[in-house]
Design a protein around this ligand. Structure first.
Ligand code: ADP
Length: 563
């Protein structure tokens, strides 16, 4: 804008200068003309007064002054030329039709200016009627305008230059002054425009609609910016707090965006920026890369499960389309390792359950068959019947344990929470196991204080029963089993300690698994199911507690539960 104004100012200054020069020339030319005519009149009057026009000598004197630039002509009242100091008298024509002569004959004086095409400039004529009706005409060739100008040219040029400079300078100053507020305003565009800049600009009433529009648009943009920022922060928060991985690929399988979970699940490094890198640098799994290529080729959704660094990942691939054109792929990566393990466990569990149920039933069936066919006689019948009873009881306790497990897993007892006095509960359990302990000559002790905790009474009873029963089962006669209920730094602690056979280190991690039994022959004898500790673990988890185990073969086992 400034350049445009400066250009306009320069053009305007030039135009003004040219105009001034033109008018100066016209004025000077007119002034010069008037001057020349006046001087010609003076000369004419002077000659008419001073020289005796009848005197031939004097006229000849004028003729001798051929160098004078004034032409003197004497014309008779009929137009015939009597004397001319410059022209050849033999060829001279009648002058009666000359305008200045005509005027002089009528009014006493006459004047005219005529342009000579041959000379290229004007000639001034002045005629006076003398007393004897003779016309004295003086004429003078006008000065060549260019020659006349050359005299005043330097001063004219100086004036013109000065006019140009002054016009240009003042217009520039004016333009700068007018543009200053706009400049201050525009300099601030893009940043926060200060109040001062607005005040500056508001001096122009004409700009107030523009300011208003600018302000409202600015506010709109600001709001949109905030909106966008909020949306992008929200997206960032969502994607970064998601446990699932999100990966955005372009059509050449380059990573456009990936969240932290995505990097973690593919075992990438948090210090590397994967944006713009090939996906294969993050995951080389052949299956996945081939499926991605298929999805790009067919613009189709796909699902693939891969085993990546001991993790089972379910990857849901979705094409990203814009105007039906594929622009990339969106990958949702779900860690299904736990689910996968659970599936395996469930399958193993079903197989184990069927096996565990089948074994006692087969033996019950077998013995019952023998009794039915009369193959058992006398004492055998009692022996077989007691085996059937024992196997039946084992079957019952197995079914009981399975029901308990599935109940805990379903969290169906979630609403049965109540304040439970663990010490009182422990006392009840100890009492119910007193007989079993006595039979095995094991000393059963309860220590500690009354502590209340909010929990499921039935489950907590099962927990204490299972652990104490295990301790009695796996402790040799003469041993000691202790139950302690205590508190430590506001945590409720249950300890079950025995001086039993202990658990070998290699089994310690696995005894909480379903149907896991350390010594199968021994467990079978004592009617174990391998579900007891699994139930205990689930009950502890249900109450958001922790269970730990310390055991040494031949010395004993201590199980600690902290709520
Ligand atoms: P079970 O019904 O066989 O007792 P559990 O799940 O309760 O099943 O126990 C799993 C295995 O852990 C048992 O077979 C046993 O070998 C071992 N075990 C559990 N408690 C003790 C303990 N107090 N002392 C020694 N071994 C134990």
């Amino acid at each position: 804008m400034k350049r445009k104004i400066h250009l306009s100012v320069a053009l305007l200054s030039t135009a003004i200068t040219i105009l001034v020069a033109f008018f100066m020339m016209i004025t000077f030319y007119k002034f010069n003309n008037n001057n020349q005519m006046d001087s010609l009149k003076n000369t004419g009057n002077l000659i008419s007064n001073v020289i005796h026009l009848t005197d031939a000598d004097e006229l000849n004197t004028l003729k001798t002054h051929e160098n004078t630039n004034v032409r003197i002509t004497l014309i008779d009242s009929d137009g015939s030329v009597l004397f001319d100091n410059k022209a050849d008298m033999n060829n001279i024509e009648n002058h009666i039709d000359r305008p200045e002569v005509k005027q002089a004959l009528k009014k006493g004086t006459g004047q005219s200016i005529r342009y000579s095409t041959t000379l290229g400039y004007d000639t001034y004529y002045y005629a006076i009627k003398l007393e004897n009706n003779i016309i004295l005409r003086v004429s003078h060739e006008a000065e060549n305008p260019l020659t006349a100008f050359s005299g005043i040219l330097p001063i004219t040029l100086l004036i013109l230059v000065l006019i140009f400079i002054i016009t240009y300078y003042t217009s520039s100053l004016l333009a700068n002054h007018i543009l200053r507020p706009i400049e201050v305003f525009t300099k601030n565009i893009g940043e926060n425009i200060s109040e001062e800049a607005f005040k500056y600009l508001s001096v122009y009433d004409e700009l107030s609609p523009f300011i208003r529009t600018y302000e409202s648009q600015n506010k709109e943009i600001e709001n949109k910016d905030i909106d966008l920022e909020e949306k992008s922060t929200l997206l960032d928060v969502i994607s970064s707090s998601m446990g699932e991985g999100i990966v955005l690929l372009d059509t050449s399988m380059k990573i456009m965006s990936i969240n932290n979970s995505g990097i973690r699940l593919f075992n990438g490094s948090r210090n590397i920026s994967y944006s713009g890198k090939d996906f294969i640098r993050l995951c080389r799994d052949l299956d996945l890369n081939q499926t991605l290529e298929v999805s790009i080729g067919k613009k189709s959704s796909n699902e693939v499960m891969i085993n990546h660094n001991n993790k089972y990942l379910n990857i849901y691939i979705n094409p990203v389309l814009r105007n039906c054109e594929l622009t990339g792929l969106l990958l949702l990566v779900v860690d299904s390792t736990e689910k996968h393990k659970l599936d395996i466990m469930r399958r193993e569990f079903s197989a184990n359950v069927s096996h565990e149920l089948k074994t006692p039933l087969t033996s019950i069936n077998g013995y019952a068959e023998m009794i039915k066919n009369g193959m058992a006689k006398g004492d055998d019948i009692t022996k077989f019947a007691s085996i059937i009873k024992r196997e039946g009881e084992r079957l019952l306790s197995l079914i009981d344990d399975i029901i308990k497990l599935s109940k805990i897993e379903d969290n169906s007892d979630d609403n049965n929470l109540e304040p439970v006095n663990l010490y009182t509960l422990g006392k009840d359990v100890v009492n119910s196991l007193e007989l079993l302990a006595k039979e095995k000559d094991i000393q059963l002790e309860l220590k500690g204080i009354s502590i209340f905790m909010k929990g499921n009474k039935g489950m907590l009873q099962d927990l204490l029963y299972n652990l104490l029963e295990n301790s009695i089962k796996y402790t040799n006669p003469g041993g000691l089993v202790q139950l302690t209920i205590c508190e430590d730094s506001k945590k409720t602690i249950i300890k079950i300690k025995d001086t039993g056979i202990g658990i070998p280190v290699e089994h310690q991690d696995r005894i909480f698994e379903r149907f896991y039994i350390v010594d199968k022959s021994r467990s079978k004898k004592i009617g174990s199911t391998g579900l007891g500790l699994s139930i205990v673990k689930h009950i502890v988890e249900f109450h958001k507690g922790k269970i730990s185990l310390e055991s040494e073969v031949g010395k004993g086992t201590e199980i600690t539960i902290t709520f």
